[in-house]
Ligand binder design. Structure first.
Ligand code: M6R
Length: 366
């Protein structure tokens, strides 16, 4: 019998172990030029097109940031359902990556078929062996995160994140953009991450407190910049689907272009503040200051101390490289969604109106 009452909590807690297993597999990157990681050829592309839905779409956005930064390959991320409806354009020298937990999401499969017809090579990054996505694609990366039973995807998001990180390192190495020693250091940091994530999951006072305060809330704004932006979207999705809280994720820089108008004393904001490179962290602090002036309560998950900011409830996360920090940010957000759903007496594992894999198109038949 499981130690945990709910699949969702069990799966959140499994994440350090999954990261450790992926870190172990990552040795192939240096030892054998990545070959055993991808069952099929993924190199040689001049552009990458990600096709996915929901949580897998958010992992794709993170993948785009990492591949562009580390390998210098232009990436495009499309909702699979929108790509199905878009004009059919040729995809020469393009690698289309279908990210999917189940490998059975209808929109993602149709989008991959369309990309294949347009001339792309296809790679499925998937958690289910022998799924349709894996069989459909030219190449595959099996996440091996174990069955994910809760409807809300948690551990697979982290596994997808690491898979795209490894792909970014692989492509960066092949293109001669990343020295092997630097990649080696990144892999060492990946191997050290499970302990840090364990620490984040165990040190959950901040999450418990936030869940209590948010119990009666009707909305939450979540802000992240750069690699933390997809995490803001993902955290907001978890809160919507499990705790039925209207949460929205925003990119830090976009907040001043309209959403700032939503701030008022009753609207809480959660700032995601990893130690961003160049002036990114300072810009986030600037946004935080502007929100504070408008009177909204602020919570922050940060990697740099924020003591001087009055009126901000900040929680400091362990240090990590910027390519890995998003994993330390997403874990407390998953836990927050879980705790809030429990405190609202909701069925966390099978929330309303959702199923694990959306395998059909919507129908007008009642
Ligand atoms: O199996 P897939 O990754 O293709 O599923 C895509 C989405 O339906 C899925 O991520 C959905 O958003 C989850 N409920 C998220 O927790």
């Amino acid at each position: 019998m499981s130690l945990y009452e709910h699949h969702m909590l069990k799966e959140i807690m499994e994440q350090p172990g999954i990261l450790a297993a992926l870190a172990k597999r990552s040795r192939h990157l240096l030892e054998e030029r990545g070959a055993p990681l991808w069952s099929g050829e993924v190199a040689g592309c001049e552009r990458i097109l990600f096709l996915a839905c929901g949580t897998s779409y958010h992992a794709s956005l993170a993948g785009k940031w990492m591949i562009e930064t580390l390998a210098g390959i232009p990436c495009q991320v499309e909702y699979a359902h929108e790509y199905r409806m878009a004009a059919q354009l040729p995809l020469e020298n393009c690698l289309a990556i279908g990210l999917s937990q189940s490998g059975e999401t209808r929109d993602s499969l149709e989008a991959m078929r369309k990309a294949k017809e347009a001339g792309a090579r296809t790679l499925a990054i998937c958690n289910v062996a022998n799924s349709t996505a894996i069989r459909l694609a030219h190449a595959a990366f099996l996440l091996e995160a174990g069955p994910e039973k809760a409807i809300a995807s948690t551990k697979v998001f982290s596994a997808q994140y690491v898979a795209t990180f490894l792909l970014a390192l692989h492509l960066g190495l092949l293109r001669g953009r990343l020295p092997a020693e630097w990649v080696q250091k990144q892999l060492q940091q990946l191997a050290a991450l499970p302990d840090k994530m364990r620490q984040v999951l165990e040190n959950d006072g901040f999450v418990k407190e936030a869940a209590l305060v948010l119990r009666e809330a009707t909305q939450l704004l979540m802000i992240g910049k750069g690699p933390a932006f997809p995490i803001a979207l993902e955290g907001a999705l978890k809160l919507k689907e499990t705790a039925y809280l209207h949460a929205e994720g925003f990119a830090g820089g976009e907040f001043r272009h309209g959403p700032m108008a939503l701030i008022e004393p009753s609207v809480p904001t959660l700032m995601l503040m990893p130690a961003l490179p160049s002036e990114g962290f300072e810009l986030m602090k600037g946004t935080l200051g502007e929100i504070r002036k408008s009177g909204g309560p602020i919570w922050a998950l940060t990697q740099k101390p924020l003591e001087e900011e009055e009126g901000v409830r900040a929680h400091t996360l362990p240090e990590a490289d910027i390519f890995l920090s998003p994993l330390l940010l997403v874990a407390p957000l998953q836990l927050l969604a879980y705790r809030l759903a429990c405190s609202r007496g909701l069925n966390v594992d099978t929330p309303r109106a959702l199923c694990k894999a959306v395998t059909s198109d919507p129908t007008s038949t009642p």
